[in-house]
Design a protein around this ligand. Structure first.
Ligand code: HEC
Ligand code: HEC
Ligand code: HEC
Ligand code: HEC
Ligand code: HEC
Ligand code: HEC
Ligand code: HEC
Ligand code: HEC
Ligand code: HEC
Length: 382
């Protein structure tokens, strides 16, 4: 085993060195020629894809827990054993030795390195911690191959924040969370970018004369954990609580296909919404693209009015849907004359087949009315 490792290591160093020795004569050669237009465009940086069949290996064959730099990436008080750097060369070389030698510099290096060369090992920030990665040129446009599996029901009764703090992180105690009180959910979810008392209502400046046109308001989305800080307080090597931090695949599941979201790239571009976390949350919305959590009446309700906390399947995009039945109490009235949002829109749609239902929707409002909506209005009329 040791021998094998050693050979891989030497191969690694040799590969890096060889890649550049190999480059040198070419560069020298081209200097003697008159300048010609480069026929080859800058090579595209290949994307590492976990879904590639050849990459279906134990996560630990590439991700060694913890990373060497875990103490360096976070301030000392917040640091904990974590995956915070790229897999090393040996994880790839067994199969990609060729790619480590081909190209100038080899394109494969750019997955991990900013400016690959034999004497520059600077790397892009690793995707974790997200707070750093999302701000980098690579991270700002990257998206994950995974969804997070957080079985809320298994954590009922055990997750709560008692306000104490250890190493700057929350401590959890056994306090009931079955009643779904928002303060328990608040350990992991908070209104993102709330407007509060600030007069600035929107994320970005709306055009003049906006009228009733939808424009994204602050306080629309609920945040979710961006990393391991809260999970690893319990799921640590010390606690022995399953899943262990090394059981990556229990929490990270391959992304499943699902219904298209109630938002489009074009609309986000028009509104100049660039925050990656906001964009990602919006793209996960498969029921109501415009719903705003911070709106007073919405904020004052128990989360469980709208979210089936006991059965949330965070990996399944259809199961995430919030049912129209949780809106009926306030947005459906016996008749349209009583002003119910859904009644009014449904009536207008009946009169004009092209009417766009813009109150709750960004994209879905142009589609055929689902049976759930017609039933909700019919039921309220009786
Ligand atoms: C063959 C090597 C390899 C294996 C096996 C592997 N990874 Fe990765 N993983 C990588 C590399 C390389 C990156 C960095 C990719 C990048 O930033 O472009 C990465 C990045 C990630 C990321 C951040 C990017 C994203 O898509 O969200 C997560 C999460 C992750 N790996 C989880 C896992 C899990 C879970 C498993 C096991 C099911 C696993 N990895 C198996 C090599 C591997
Ligand atoms: C067990 C063998 C194996 C290991 C280990 C492995 N790969 Fe791969 N990888 C493959 C195979 C096979 C393909 C598919 C090649 C193809 O389709 O042409 C592939 C495809 C890729 C591609 C896509 C190439 C393209 O142009 O589409 C990238 C990028 C890549 N691997 C990067 C990596 C990196 C980085 C590592 C190490 C962290 C790694 N791989 C580890 C076998 C492996
Ligand atoms: C899957 C990510 C990944 C890829 C692909 C990759 N590197 Fe690295 N590289 C690393 C990591 C991680 C280290 C730090 C290793 C350590 O600390 O032991 C490193 C270290 C280095 C170093 C410092 C010396 C050494 O070997 O430790 C150089 C130089 C380097 N890489 C160049 C390259 C070049 C050139 C390529 C392409 C031929 C390449 N790397 C491909 C992740 C990668
Ligand atoms: C320990 C952290 C934690 C706690 C406590 C927690 N959640 Fe979550 N929640 C998560 C994670 C992780 C996700 C997945 C996020 C993602 O997909 O990016 C999630 C996703 C969600 C979603 C997203 C959509 C869905 O249906 O899948 C809803 C809604 C939700 N949680 C509601 C709640 C409510 C209500 C509570 C309180 C009863 C709560 N959560 C408590 C971690 C937590
Ligand atoms: C009046 C109904 C309602 C209440 C009350 C409510 N939510 Fe939501 N929530 C929604 C809707 C609608 C969505 C968007 C779902 C979709 O389109 O897939 C959503 C989405 C979410 C998401 C995913 C991120 C996002 O904003 O799209 C999380 C997490 C979440 N809610 C947590 C909570 C928590 C925690 C509470 C209690 C503090 C809560 N919600 C209260 C209706 C509600
Ligand atoms: C307060 C401690 C605590 C925190 C914080 C916590 N967990 Fe757990 N988690 C547990 C316990 C205890 C279990 C086992 C429950 C059981 O088996 O009944 C568990 C079970 C799980 C399971 C199911 C494992 C299986 O075998 O099916 C997953 C997945 C999981 N947790 C993910 C997470 C994620 C993701 C986070 C962070 C967002 C998190 N947990 C935060 C205590 C915690
Ligand atoms: C107890 C559950 C749990 C385990 C075990 C776990 N993760 Fe995570 N991981 C999470 C959660 C929750 C997040 C943040 C939410 C998200 O990614 O959407 C996260 C985020 C990440 C990120 C940041 C990028 C991203 O996708 O947002 C990387 C990289 C990552 N994990 C890699 C790993 C690797 C590699 C392992 C195994 C060594 C691992 N994780 C083990 C729960 C877990
Ligand atoms: C009060 C808010 C509200 C109004 C007004 C509203 N919807 Fe919805 N819509 C929802 C919710 C909640 C869902 C998600 C799940 C459901 O159907 O119960 C949804 C889902 C949808 C879907 C996706 C259904 C699917 O199964 O894929 C379409 C399409 C849709 N609505 C069209 C419309 C149209 C057309 C109108 C106008 C007549 C309208 N909606 C008015 C709240 C609303
Ligand atoms: C307890 C009452 C209540 C419930 C339940 C409720 N809302 Fe609201 N909602 C309000 C009030 C009050 C307003 C602000 C006044 C208004 O515009 O009607 C509002 C405003 C809105 C708006 C902005 C409308 C506009 O055009 O300005 C949307 C969109 C919305 N709600 C969606 C929903 C969805 C979707 C649900 C169900 C998931 C829901 N609401 C559940 C009370 C409620």
């Amino acid at each position: 085993m040791f021998r094998f490792r050693l050979i891989i290591l030497i191969l690694g160093i040799a590969a890096v060195a060889a890649a550049f020795v190999y480059l040198a004569p070419e560069t020298a050669h081209s200097q003697r020629r008159p300048p010609v237009r480069r026929s080859t465009p800058t090579p595209k940086v290949p994307k590492f894809d976990h879904r590639n069949e050849a990459h279906q290996m134990e996560c630990s064959s590439c991700h060694k827990f913890p990373s060497d730099n875990w103490k360096a990436v976070r301030p000392e008080a917040d640091a904990f054993e974590d995956i915070t750097d790229y897999p090393k060369h040996e994880s790839c070389l067994t199969c990609h030795e060729q790619n480590f030698f081909t190209g100038s510099p080899p394109t494969i290096c750019s997955i991990c390195h900013v400016n690959p060369s034999p004497n520059d090992s600077t790397r892009h920030p690793f995707p974790n911690p997200r707070e750093i990665y999302d701000k980098s040129p690579k991270g700002s446009s990257a998206s994950s191959d995974f969804s997070v599996n957080f079985p809320h029901e298994l954590h009922a009764d055990i997750v709560s924040d008692n306000g104490n703090s250890r190493d700057g992180r929350s401590m959890f105690v056994a306090v009931s969370f079955r009643r779904n009180a928002a303060e328990n959910c608040a350990v992991c979810h908070a209104i993102k970018d709330p407007q509060g008392k600030d007069p600035a209502e929107f994320y970005t400046n709306p055009p003049r004369g906006l009228g009733n046109t939808f424009w994204l308001r602050r306080g629309t989305f609920m945040s979710s954990p961006l990393g391991h800080a809260s999970c690893f307080t319990c799921h640590s090597a010390d606690s022995g609580m399953s899943p262990a931090p090394t059981d990556c695949a229990v929490c990270h599941k391959p992304k499943e296909a699902g219904p298209g979201p109630d938002i489009s790239d074009a609309v986000m571009a028009r509104m100049k919404v660039s925050d990656k976390v906001v964009r990602a949350a919006w793209q996960m919305r498969t029921s109501v693209g415009t719903f705003r959590h911070e709106l007073e009446m919405h904020r004052d309700m128990e989360c469980s009015t709208c979210h089936m906390v006991g059965t949330i399947d965070t990996v399944n995009r259809t199961a995430r849907r919030v049912s129209i039945s949780s809106c009926v109490m306030c947005h459906v009235t016996p008749t349209a004359a009583d002003g119910g949002l859904l009644n009014v829109e449904l009536e207008r749609r009946e009169k004009n087949a092209r009417f766009d239902c813009v109150s709750c929707h960004v994209v879905y409002g142009k589609m055929p009315v689902p049976a759930s909506h017609i039933k909700a209005v019919k039921d309220a009329g009786n």
